[in-house]
Design a protein around this ligand. Structure first.
Ligand code: FUL
Length: 464
């Protein structure tokens, strides 16, 4: 495929909305919290689920303070225990001393706190006797999905895990994914389906590792990597004739990789990791909350590297985020507030760039609504100058995604002691590229786009 075909691939409204959220929380909570395990086996007594001071408002306060815009709750993990009183199973909060509908309490807290709410529903169910029986289990699963997607207001995300094993009767289920997707589209058309789904791609690891060049336009068959890995059900899949794609591949979308592909999709990456070693709370991990530096690094590389960042914080046995996690989230929020407080571009004496159509001129670089800078042709060089030297720690660039992802390479130059110096050479930009600059004191910066798929459309440039 050539450049003009590549940039014909653009995000759906739901994908665009999710990419703009940038940073949101995962909350892993179930019987495991009380049994000190990571994967329950489905035999747990619902009575063990007994948070003594459940307070999702505390989670939401902390999540917001860290700068996150949403929360995805494990409504049912692999153990099959439901955090809401599902009509279709007895294995739920309705038979635990907690007695509360934790999904409702969480959804309400999100609404009160002004963040969005999403659901994780594990297809793998180690408690449900129907698991592994085909359609009867799919019916069960769809019934549960329907409860979650109709009873708790607006849902921004349905997160489908790739893990798949045997159920209580020793059988594995072949999931009817297409049916699940149809139900989600019908009941919550604005929700993105993540990982084993068509909207948001798993980055390929759970450690917070990122790619230096993250592309959102990838081969359509990338969408099946997690489903294939979990099921090996695609016997009639013809993709074996092509090179196999794995979620871990370093290059998923360069021109070279895409040149022989015939069908492409917009499939942006999400980086998911936990603030602790495990996904669930364990007393023994209270001293292993990730250091602030590590969280900052993951954030800069994910949000600042054209991916979204899904950070897990597990509530403890009280049903609260532990003090150590709360403290770390506050510190992280302080980092964001301090680092990105004042956009120095707004104080520039002069911004110069090649001609553009009137509607897409350089004034659009301080964006309002849906504006963007679109030069008439070619690769722009944009110079920003100030009256006096500025200390710049971060440069931020965003592309206008409704026109796809176009920038292949860029450079940042600064005048230092009277002579120009290249401070940074980068590749992809996409939703957002954050460049950390070391010791940059300058009164003039030049952004050069040195390679792009067609004319780049820049939504924002900012310096902090
Ligand atoms: C994995 C699961 O097995 C983990 O328990 C966790 O939920 C993680 C986000 O996905 O595949």
């Amino acid at each position: 495929m050539n450049d003009s075909e590549l940039i014909r691939v653009v995000p759906s409204a739901r994908q665009l909305a999710l990419q703009k959220m940038e940073f949101y929380a995962f909350v892993h909570f179930t019987v495991n919290t009380f049994t000190d395990r990571e994967w329950g086996d489905g035999t747990e007594d619902p009575a063990v689920f007994n948070p003594t001071g459940l307070n999702p408002d505390q989670w939401v306060d902390s999540i917001r303070e860290a700068g996150m815009k949403g929360l995805i709750l494990t409504c049912k993990h692999h153990d099959g225990f439901c955090l809401w009183p599902s009509r279709y199973t007895e294995h739920s909060v309705k038979n635990s001393p907690c007695g509360k509908d934790v999904v409702k309490e969480t959804a309400d807290a999100c609404r009160r706190g002004g963040i969005r709410f999403g659901v994780y529903l594990s297809p793998w169910d180690r408690n449900q006797p129907l698991y592994g029986t085909g359609k009867p289990y799919d019916d069960y699963f769809v019934n549960q999905l329907t409860e979650l997607l109709t009873g708790y207001g607006d849902i921004f995300s349905v997160w489908f895990d790739g893990a798949c094993g045997e159920g209580p009767n020793g059988k594995k289920q072949i999931y009817d994914w297409e049916r699940y997707y149809r139900v989600i589209r019908e009941l919550q058309p604005g929700a993105c389906i993540h990982v084993c789904g068509p909207d948001i791609r798993w980055c390929g690891n759970e450690a917070g590792k990122t790619r230096p060049s993250e592309w959102s336009v990838v081969p359509r068959r990338t969408m099946d990597t997690e489903k294939i890995a979990s099921l090996s059900q695609q016997k009639d899949d013809l993709s074996f004739r092509l090179r196999p794609i794995r979620a871990q591949d370093l290059d998923l979308g360069s021109r070279e990789i895409l040149k022989n592909e015939t069908d492409l999709i917009w499939y942006p990456a999400e980086v998911n990791t936990s603030i602790r070693p495990g996904w669930f709370w364990h007393e023994s991990e209270n001293s292993q909350v990730k250091p602030l530096d590590r969280l900052i690094q993951i954030y800069l590389n994910s949000v600042g590297g054209n991916a979204t960042f899904l950070l897990n914080i597990p509530p403890d046995r009280r049903g609260l985020f532990h003090e150590k996690d709360v403290e770390r989230l506050r510190e992280f929020g302080d980092f964001l507030r301090n680092s990105f407080r004042k956009n120095l571009l707004e104080e520039a004496e002069r911004i110069s760039a090649p001609d553009s159509e009137e509607d897409h001129g350089i004034s659009c670089l301080v964006p309002e609504d849906d504006q963007y800078y679109f030069p008439l042709s070619g690769l722009p060089e944009i110079r920003v100058s100030w009256n006096s030297p500025q200390r710049i720690t971060y440069a931020v660039i965003r592309e206008h995604l409704p026109l796809s992802q176009r920038i292949e390479q860029f450079e940042i130059w600064a005048d230092r002691n009277g002579s120009p110096e290249c401070l940074y050479r980068g590749t992809t930009v996409g939703n957002k590229r954050i460049v950390r600059l070391e010791n940059c004191l300058t009164s003039s910066v030049l952004l050069r786009i040195t390679d792009a798929r067609g004319t780049p459309a820049i939504e924002q440039i900012a310096f902090y």
